[in-house]
Design a protein around this ligand. Structure first.
Ligand SMILES: NC(=O)c1ccc[n+]([C@@H]2O[C@H](COP(=O)([O-])OP(=O)(O)OC[C@H]3O[C@@H](n4cnc5c(N)ncnc54)[C@H](O)[C@@H]3O)[C@@H](O)[C@H]2O)c1
Length: 352
């Protein structure tokens, strides 16, 4: 049943409203007119996150802190692990001011029943020096079984795939289930774009809030296509401020963003991946119609067939509501085609 945000989450809406009013009076010093800007429609939401490891727990934490959904279930195969993470996170609720209920379960999918959105983060992460593609042998079996188990208990769920190699895992879920393509979403581009913006802000010596930019293509060191020619600082193309050498640096650092962190941390990163997933979940839960680059099954868009790869999509309550086809230069098209070839090669290793 659809309900207004203010009806369902009065505390959050009131806090947002109080902040907004305070900001208008104290900072902007303008008269108050609330208009309709805080009116969003959201549904009572149950979100399951499979894999209570680094990325899964971070994702659950950001979803809870943003406080837009009623329930998050963490599931892990490791005995007691998801229960422990859930309890630890719940003990932050009074400190961080959220009401989302987080529970954990050891591999009991009945506890995930009726999930509106399910996130798959289960599987192994890469170690320093490894590529994401090298994880396929172990992760394919895990992701396929997890997707099947989720759908037994939540036949209407929207699945967000995070486990790597993500584009191939998204394709695997597409081939292994009969879910319509708008309900299978691969998360990679939202993270890569956040890393792109981080590097752009660094190069421009500007605040990140000034920056906009997007990364499409495969979620791999070689396959990412940061759209540098489209990136802007406060609506002005970054090429106005950066020379070729600086722009090449931004592109290269973006593409190896995950590998850089894996080298520093000894395993793959979790804060930005968790935040990126939570943004996709929020866009769906709150029917925001926001545009993100996501891995989706293509049937001719961008000249690509029978592949899941990152392209701009609109996310709303139905999952992927539209694939957005933007005008690419010949060089960008060539990079996307090359990236798709790499993803197809990895898909060829699947046994489906
Ligand atoms: N798409 C992206 O942008 C992105 C970003 C970061 C990490 N990742 C990927 O996400 C995955 C998770 O990374 P992490 O750092 O959280 O790893 P992690 O090892 O910290 O957590 C993985 C968890 O999955 C659990 N698991 C394994 N098999 C399972 C099963 N069959 N059912 C339920 N749970 C199971 C493990 O017990 C573990 O707790 C990796 O494949 C990693 O490469 C993707």
């Amino acid at each position: 049943m659809e309900k207004g945000c203010a009806d369902q989450y009065p505390k959050v809406c009131q806090n947002l409203k109080n902040y907004d009013i305070f900001h208008k009076i104290m900072v902007l010093k303008i008269p108050i007119f609330d208009g309709f800007q805080n009116k969003k429609t959201i549904r009572t939401m149950k979100v399951t996150v499979v894999g209570a490891g680094a990325v899964g727990a971070s994702c659950a934490e950001y979803i809870a802190i943003k406080d837009f959904t009623s329930e998050v279930v963490l599931l892990d195969i490791k005995e007691g692990y998801a229960e422990g993470k859930a309890m630890d996170l719940m003990q932050t609720a009074s400190l961080n001011g959220f009401d989302t209920k987080i529970t954990g379960t050891t591999n009991d999918y009945s506890k995930t029943a009726g999930s509106d959105i399910a996130v798959i983060t289960s599987g192994i992460p890469r170690k320093p020096g490894m590529t994401r593609e090298e994880l396929i042998g172990i992760n394919a079996g895990i992701v396929k079984t997890v997707a099947e188990n989720l759908l037994k208990h939540s036949p209407n769920t929207i699945i967000i795939v995070v486990s790597n190699p993500m584009d191939t895992m998204t394709y695997l879920v597409h081939k292994a289930t009969d879910l319509p393509k708008h309900r299978i979403i691969g998360m990679g581009g939202a993270l890569d774009s956040a890393r792109f913006k981080y590097r752009l802000a660094e190069a421009l010596e500007a605040p990140i809030s000034d920056i906009d930019g997007m990364v499409i293509g495969g979620h791999s060191d070689k396959g990412m296509v940061p759209l540098i020619a489209h990136a802007t600082r406060n609506s002005i193309k970054v090429a106005e401020f950066l020379d070729e050498e600086k722009m090449d640096w931004v592109v290269q650092e973006t593409k190896v963003g995950g590998a850089t962190l894996t080298k520093l941390l000894g395993t793959s990163a979790w804060y930005a991946p968790g935040a990126a997933v939570s943004s996709l979940v929020q866009a769906i839960a709150c029917d925001q119609k926001k545009m993100f680059p996501c891995s989706t099954y293509l049937e001719g868009e961008y000249g690509l067939q029978d592949i899941c790869i990152g392209v701009p999509v609109i996310l709303g309550k139905n999952g992927i509501e539209k694939v957005v086809e933007i005008e690419l230069s010949d060089a960008e098209k060539a990079k996307l085609t090359e990236s798709a070839q790499g993803v197809s090669n990895t898909n060829g290793l699947l046994e489906v």
